[in-house]
Design a protein around this ligand. Structure first.
Ligand code: DGP
Ligand code: NA
Ligand code: NA
Length: 211
């Protein structure tokens, strides 16, 4: 009966894609529109630069410090792990998380560096909550580059982004939703919302799976 049914848990929705694919814009629009229809939602963005680990990552990305690539990889992962308990508790209390970048960025970016395999990069991500939906905003690096100059941050380099994109393509799983990110913002948002509502209808039980 409806009395014994537990409250539906929040979903973990991840949006991935290249820099300039429009991830942040789409995540923020989605969070707003879910909240507007009384689906409690929270926007998250990894790397989360405000935590202790996130501050080191920010220093690294802004080239204020140098670190071993392996150490950086583990810090990005630690930055997700330090938020794990809160993600689980939010989802259990019915809050849907809309996450701008996740473990897939972690793997795609480090594996674009010489000497790092996709398998090794996945290691520290194992055990993090598994997304209920991964949306990949697909854009060629040439179109992405046409959206304006990169900033000064590490990784904001054309050749590196091309390697990242080819890594992302290796990570895509059959259940991911691939959306053409070259279209207008509204059209992309409409597709995203449709996918989210579809998955929301399918999630019946409270089990949170793991990577
Ligand atoms: P953002 O704040 O989303 O623009 O991300 C900052 C940069 O860090 C961007 O170039 C993507 C990269 N990045 C995001 N997550 C990870 C990660 O887990 N590992 C590595 N190596 N790079 C990441
Ligand atoms: Na960036
Ligand atoms: Na971004």
């Amino acid at each position: 009966t409806s009395e014994t049914e537990s409250k539906q848990r929040g979903l973990l929705i991840v949006i991935e894609g290249l820099d300039k694919a429009g991830k942040s814009t789409q995540c923020k629009l989605l969070t707003k529109s879910l909240n507007a229809i009384n689906i409690p939602s929270k926007y998250l963005h990894f790397p989360m630069r405000t935590t202790a680990v996130g501050k080191i990552i920010d220093d690294y990305l802004n080239k204020r410090i140098e670190l071993h690539d392996s150490a950086v990889h583990l810090l990005f992962s630690a930055n997700r792990w330090e938020y794990e308990a809160e993600m689980i508790s939010d989802m259990k209390s019915g809050v849907t998380l809309v996450v701008d970048r996740y473990s897939y960025s972690g793997v795609a970016f480090t594996a674009a560096k010489p000497g790092f395999s996709i398998d090794w990069c996945r290691g520290p991500e194992i055990g993090l909550p598994r997304p209920d939906l991964v949306i990949f905003l697909s854009l060629s690096q040439d179109v992405a580059a046409g959206r304006g100059d990169f900033g000064e941050e590490r990784y904001e380099v054309d050749t590196f982004q091309k390697k990242v994109l080819s890594n992302f393509k290796q990570l895509i799983e059959p259940e991911w939703k691939i959306l053409d990110a070259s279209r207008p913002i509204k059209a992309i948002q409409k597709d995203i919302k449709e996918q989210v509502l579809e998955v929301m209808n399918e999630i019946g039980e409270c089990v949170i799976e793991r990577l």
